[in-house]
Ligand binder design. Structure first.
Ligand SMILES: CC(C)(COP(=O)(O)OP(=O)(O)OC[C@H]1O[C@@H](n2cnc3c(N)ncnc32)[C@H](O)[C@@H]1OP(=O)(O)O)[C@@H](O)C(=O)NCCC(=O)NCCS
Length: 207
């Protein structure tokens, strides 16, 4: 049976944030679900100021993509979210890992990424992650990704990967008027070059 993201209703994975600085917020839950419209609006407002993330639309956060929400069950408040873009050839891209500023630096980013990876790896996906911030490089290396210098290293010696990245991936990724607008705006306003390094996590025996 083909893999379907929406059918795979993973139960919430409880996460303990033992090392989070704020003592009151000691427990979070990872929920695999679309964000609500107000959660999406809040996260998009913050990502608009980020020079490291291009931008994902409200439709993508609220159901078009596979999303994980890190929530405090006590308050229902969203601490952060992760967005996955499922691609052809059993590839999935971890497209965004985002925590609101007050939740950063306490280990929650690690837990958000690793919790989502547990679910995706059990679904037998090959994983890609493009990043330009040192924090994300460190987090993905720790989670078992191989860190490559650039896209050329990813495609070297493989016609199949070249075709995947330059045609299939690009077409799927750029198929969003919102993202194209945000890329243009951020290049203009923040002088972003969006030169990403590539991290890859293969499933065993895959090429
Ligand atoms: C990237 C992000 C998710 C990391 O989450 P976090 O909770 O702050 O990170 P953690 O506390 O789990 O840190 C895990 C490790 O990564 C390192 N790290 C995290 N952010 C870092 C940074 N900006 N620079 C260098 N190292 C960083 C930490 O040192 C830590 O290692 P340690 O525990 O051995 O010290 C978070 O900072 C964030 O949301 N940033 C804004 C969005 C963004 O840029 N996302 C990446 C692009 S998709």
């Amino acid at each position: 049976m083909p893999y379907s993201v929406r059918e795979a209703k993973a139960p919430p994975i409880p996460l303990r944030a033992d090392d989070l600085a704020q003592g009151a917020l000691d427990e979070f839950e990872l929920q695999r679900r679309p964000l609500t419209r107000s959660e999406a609006a809040e996260i998009m407002r913050h990502i608009k100021d980020s020079p490291d993330i291009t931008g994902y639309s409200a439709a993508e956060w609220t159901g078009r993509r596979d999303t994980f929400a890190l929530v405090s069950p006590k308050t229902g408040k969203l601490a952060g979210a992760l967005l996955v873009h499922h691609l052809v050839g059993r590839w999935s891209e971890i497209a965004v890992v985002f925590l609101f500023e007050e939740y950063r630096g306490g280990g929650l980013g690690r837990q958000l990424l690793q919790g989502a990876l547990r679910t995706l790896k059990s679904a037998d996906r090959k994983l890609l992650l493009f990043f330009c911030s040192p924090g994300m490089g460190r987090l993905s290396a720790e989670a078992g990704f191989d860190i490559l210098a650039d896209e050329a290293e990813f495609t070297r010696g493989s016609l199949r990967r070249k075709l995947f990245l330059s045609v299939l991936y690009k077409a799927q990724w750029l198929c969003s008027a919102y993202r194209l607008r945000e890329i243009r705006r951020k290049r203009r306003e923040f002088a972003c070059s969006f030169e990403f390094k590539v991290a890859v996590l293969m499933r065993q025996g895959a090429r």
